[in-house]
Ligand binder design. Structure first.
Ligand code: 3EB
Length: 357
């Protein structure tokens, strides 16, 4: 990204900023502090990964996702009210009155199933205990995601086993998610959770729900929804959000256009289009007009670095770069035949042309 971008107005949940322009970032954060609200978390997409820490009253999570410092960026999750931080088991968290941010890191070992199940069980215990039972978004970045574990199972499938068992055991609804590779070792994960009744999970009629994929893609299906709608938080005027999962070239449950990155990009973008159509949102009782949705932040995962210019040109036609911050990450993707995966966060635009009689 060339420019530091702050999306939305102060107090809004999300902005992405270019790490190289530290002064801009620092002054904006001070501005937020002065207004009485701080930051829940800084997720650093950069040249190294480590476990989450608490620093300056917020969660810090560095994830190894870029090949060089020139591509680094920070995803900052702002708070709308005073922030409380803490630790629980392997998790580090921060919350305000409406939202909980939680992160963890599991070092690489022979397999992930048991550790992922334990971590997700801790997540559900924590979210329930703190009163944020509705998960609305999660990200899981796995080192060597397409490589076999010690028993020969692909790392991603192995992770899916543990995550699925925790969701089933705790009877939790599955939120929007991204599953992708990282350039480091281990599993880096973070997620956001809200108050009871704040989240509505959305499926795409053109895709089999991921949690119903047949066993040929792994013994336990991936646990996520295609999108999650977050209702307006009470009282503080914050807008509603639509969190769109990592979306790929899959129709039904099958990968489309193996080997053709341009065609995969079109299918992924058209899947997003189907997902956010007014008809589909209305099917899920979410009443938003397509034209009132504004994409704030997009992350695009591209398996082969040489495909980035082409993917970027196709994404630039679909998203409006005057209002959307787009980051491209050259990492592996959960299915070895997928070349591109696109996630997005959209907010609901204020109505245009509204007049008072
Ligand atoms: C797919 O649609 C592509 O395991 O959390 C996308 C988003 C994908 C999230 C996850 C996986 C995940 O199946 C892969």
């Amino acid at each position: 990204m060339l420019h530091s971008q702050v999306l939305g107005t102060p107090g809004e949940v999300f902005h992405i900023s270019d790490r190289m322009t530290d002064t801009t970032v620092a002054s904006l954060l001070e501005g937020r502090d002065a207004a009485g609200a701080g930051v829940l978390a800084n997720v650093r997409f950069g040249t190294y990964g480590a476990g989450p820490t608490l620093a300056g009253g917020a969660v810090e999570l560095p994830i190894h996702m870029t090949h060089g410092r020139q591509h680094e960026f920070t995803e900052t999750w702002s708070a709308a009210q005073a922030v409380t931080t803490g630790r629980y088991e392997e998790l580090v968290y921060a919350h305000d009155d409406e939202r909980l941010f939680c992160a963890g890191y599991i070092p690489a070992s022979g397999g992930y199933a048991r550790d992922a199940e334990r971590a997700y069980s801790h997540i559900f215990e924590l979210t329930d205990q703190l009163g944020f039972p509705d998960l609305f978004r999660m990200w899981n970045y796995l080192g060597s995601i397409n490589d076999p574990n010690e028993s020969g199972m692909e790392t991603y499938r192995d992770f899916c086993v543990g995550r699925a068992e925790a969701f089933a055991f705790h009877g939790k609804d599955m939120p929007a998610a991204t599953g992708a590779g990282s350039l480091g070792d281990g599993l880096s994960f973070y997620l956001l959770s809200g108050r009871m009744g704040s989240a509505t999970h959305i499926e795409n009629p053109h895709q089999v729900p991921a949690y119903r994929y047949p066993v040929r893609y792994g013994p336990k299906a991936p646990s996520f929804a295609r999108a999650t709608y977050l209702a307006q938080a009470g009282g503080n005027g914050e807008s509603q959000r639509l969190f769109i999962s990592g979306t790929a070239s899959i129709i039904g449950h099958e990968t489309q256009h193996v080997g053709d990155v341009e065609a995969q990009c079109y299918v992924a973008l058209s899947n997003i289009d189907q997902l956010i159509s007014a008809a589909n949102l209305e099917r899920h009782d979410v009443r938003i007009k397509r034209d009132d949705l504004r994409f704030d932040a997009v992350k695009v995962y591209v398996r082969r670095s040489t495909d980035i210019p082409l993917v970027a040109s196709r994404c630039a036609r679909y998203f409006d770069d005057r209002e959307t911050s787009i980051a491209y990450l050259n990492v592996d993707i959960c299915r070895s035949d997928l070349l591109v995966e696109i996630e997005a966060i959209a907010s609901v635009r204020a109505q245009q042309g509204y007049t008072v009689e």
